[in-house]
Design a binder for this molecule. Structure first.
Ligand SMILES: CCCCCCCCCCCCCCCC(=O)SCCNC(=O)CCNC(=O)[C@H](O)C(C)(C)COP(=O)(O)OP(=O)(O)OC[C@H]1O[C@@H](n2cnc3c(N)ncnc32)[C@H](O)[C@@H]1OP(=O)(O)O
Ligand SMILES: NC(=O)C1=CN([C@@H]2O[C@H](COP(=O)(O)OP(=O)(O)OC[C@H]3O[C@@H](n4cnc5c(N)ncnc54)[C@H](OP(=O)(O)O)[C@@H]3O)[C@@H](O)[C@H]2O)C=CC1
Length: 544
């Protein structure tokens, strides 16, 4: 790998200090981001995932001179890796690239790779090819499941990263290695700086010890190992950062730490999202009227970050790392909370407004979700608004000869929520100076094309587009069906009013039949109404 003198940066964005202590102005004199990527070969892991796809699309659209994108992909669910990549390229996300360059697929070169296998299961010919040509690596692949068994999470998030770093060292023309981590890798801290913290355990020792343990033993000791982190995901992502840091003398590295990645803000179009992860599944469950209550802190900052913002920053970081080769490696906390905060209470309000304006089809009940930080209140509403209606619904399904399903859906929802509550009940402070520094280094044109200035983000508008995006791209619902969806909600409202009225009448009848006092109150109320009506009639006759 070619070496260059390392340079210290000043963080006011005006310039940078070279090793001889002189400051030289940057910005205008440097190649722009598209100029930098022109003629470059880029390797991407996790390209079939949510963020990977947006990265591929943005590179092809905004850096049209990029030479080739090598995607490490595995065969999955009976599909070959070529088939998977072809399917990915026909997805709507690529519509704009397709318009600009119908032959864009020629720049995409899939490489068969299973990251959990030794040597990443890349063939020797492919290793040779990659070693000879790759200039930039974006490592996005990971398991992001919160309930992943520790051994598997370690295998993919840590050991595969280690193997990719070894491969990177064989690459003769590598200029930058960009590792995508998470802002929650250090969620056991309240204040998180843009530094790599000491790992909870030396990864090498952990890997060695888990090797001989069977899955049962690992399961038993997982809670002890992860300590004050909520899951194996954040724990292994923290270990991966340390593993990446170990190579910072040999490679030009940057670490991107996004918080909760949500639908796109602007690009390639607002509201693009393709999965149920994080808040998306919660928004959908709320829109379908299934989710009525959840534990979250109304006043805690909801650190959502749009996927296009993360990808723009990632590409800019690739450019900056290759050009400046900063040592020690830079960490970019890619978050919104410190710059343009929005809270879970506000999210709840705007999500509900959005579902009222653009309802989902065939809702179970009318959307009405409330968040509370009180455990007992939440448990009460789970019983009344989740379990009770599910039992009634399943009872009717059974009566009509169908298979009961609502209780099963709620059990899955409760499991998902229980894993997310940790993040919606607390808040964190992330220092994001490197994000500001990077922005100040961009040319005015790049600042527009690779916009990651979250001060401009209008949250209510973003949340509305996010909800519409889940409707259109996750559930594949048609916007022209909104009037029918509204009609369905009106029907649900009438059913609810009728049900409530019948319930009150029934309870009252039972009560009256059993209690003299209830009967007295009932006669008193009826006679009061009667007197009021007579008075009202008499006074209107006089005035006429
Ligand atoms: C109005 C309210 C405002 C308040 C709103 C508060 C939001 C508060 C968000 C905090 C968010 C923090 C995020 C941290 C930021 C990272 O660090 S990012 C990493 C984010 N990672 C994730 O979000 C992964 C979490 N998901 C998981 O771990 C697993 O999917 C779960 C939840 C354990 C479920 O596992 P499983 O039971 O094996 O189910 P799985 O096979 O994954 O999926 C089964 C089905 O459920 C669906 N599904 C999966 N997840 C969900 C979900 N969350 N919901 C519904 N359905 C889902 C799947 O699409 C699938 O559908 P089918 O294909 O069967 O039709
Ligand atoms: N989504 C979020 O909210 C956040 C994500 N991040 C980080 O961003 C990165 C990308 O996340 P996201 O796009 O959401 O995740 P996804 O789950 O959508 O994508 C994961 C990618 O990794 C690939 N992958 C998983 N296992 C293997 C394997 N054994 N071999 C080869 N490839 C594999 C998947 O391929 P396949 O299609 O074959 O399964 C997929 O392309 C991750 O590093 C994550 O930690 C950080 C903060 C928040």
């Amino acid at each position: 790998m070619s070496t260059m003198l390392s340079e210290d940066r000043d963080f006011n964005g005006l310039g940078e200090q070279t090793t001889d202590g002189q400051t030289r102005l940057t910005g205008g004199s440097m190649a722009s981001i598209p100029e930098y990527y022109a003629g470059k070969n880029v390797l991407i892991t996790g390209a079939t995932g949510f963020m990977g796809k947006v990265l591929v699309e943005k590179l092809l659209r905004s850096c049209p001179e990029v030479k080739a994108l090598y995607l490490l992909v595995r065969p999955k669910a009976g599909q070959s890796m070529q088939q998977r990549v072809s399917d990915m390229m026909v997805c709507r996300l690529f519509d704009r690239v397709r318009e600009d360059n119908p032959d864009f697929h020629q720049k995409i070169i899939p490489i068969s790779s299973e990251l959990t296998q030794p040597g990443l299961a890349i063939s020797p010919e492919d290793v040779e090819k990659l070693s000879a040509c790759i200039n930039v690596i974006f490592h996005c692949a990971a398991t992001i499941r919160f309930d992943e068994p520790l051994k598997h999470a370690l295998q993919l998030n840590v050991i595969a990263t280690q193997q990719l770093l070894s491969l990177a060292q064989q690459m003769n023309h590598l200029e930058a290695f960009i590792h995508v981590s998470t802002a929650y890798a250090n969620c056991n801290r309240k204040h998180i700086d843009e530094v790599i913290y000491p790992p909870p355990v030396e990864p090498k020792k952990l890997i060695e010890s888990l090797e001989w343990m069977d899955d049962g033993i690992v399961r038993d000791i997982t809670a002890r190992l992860i300590g004050d982190r909520p899951n194996t995901y954040t724990y292994t992502k923290a270990l991966a950062e340390y593993v990446v840091q170990q190579e910072q003398d040999k490679l030009n590295i940057a670490i991107i730490r996004p918080s909760i990645v949500g639908a796109s803000w602007q690009e390639p179009f607002p509201g693009w999202i393709d999965n149920f992860n994080g808040p998306s599944g919660i928004f959908i469950a709320a829109g379908k009227g299934i989710l009525r209550t959840m534990r979250a802190n109304n006043d805690a900052v909801a650190d959502l970050i749009p996927v296009d913002v993360v990808i723009n920053l990632t590409l800019a970081a690739g450019w900056y790392t290759a050009k400046h080769r900063p040592k020690p490696a830079l960490v970019y906390n890619c978050t919104t909370g410190g710059i343009n905060p929005f809270h879970w209470g506000e999210i709840e309000h705007h999500v509900m407004l959005s579902w009222k304006r653009n309802p989902l089809e065939q809702a179970f009940r009318r959307p009405n979700t409330n968040i509370t930080s009180n455990y007992l209140i939440n448990q009460y509403w789970i019983l009344v608004s989740h379990k009770f209606p599910a039992l009634i619904y399943d009872f009717f399904l059974r009566l009509s000869g169908q298979k009961p399903q609502m209780m099963r859906i709620f059990n899955r929802l409760h499991k998902a929520i229980s894993l997310l509550e940790y993040f919606s009940s607390r808040d964190w402070e992330w220092n994001s100076e490197n994000m500001s520094m990077l922005m100040s280094q961009l040319t005015p044109e790049d600042r527009k094309t690779f916009n990651f200035d979250v001060r401009q983000l209008n949250w209510p508008e973003y949340i509305e587009n996010y909800c519409i995006g889940t409707k259109k791209y996750v559930l594949n619902e048609d916007m022209s069906d909104i009037p029918a969806a509204r009609q369905h909600l009106r029907k649900l409202r009438n059913i609810r009013y009728t049900f409530n009225t019948l319930l009150v009448v029934f309870i009252w009848r039972v009560f009256i039949a059993r209690s003299q006092m209830a009967r007295n109150i009932w006669y008193f109320v009826v006679s009061l109404c009667f007197k009021f009506l007579s008075y009202f009639r008499a006074s209107s006759t006089i005035t006429n």
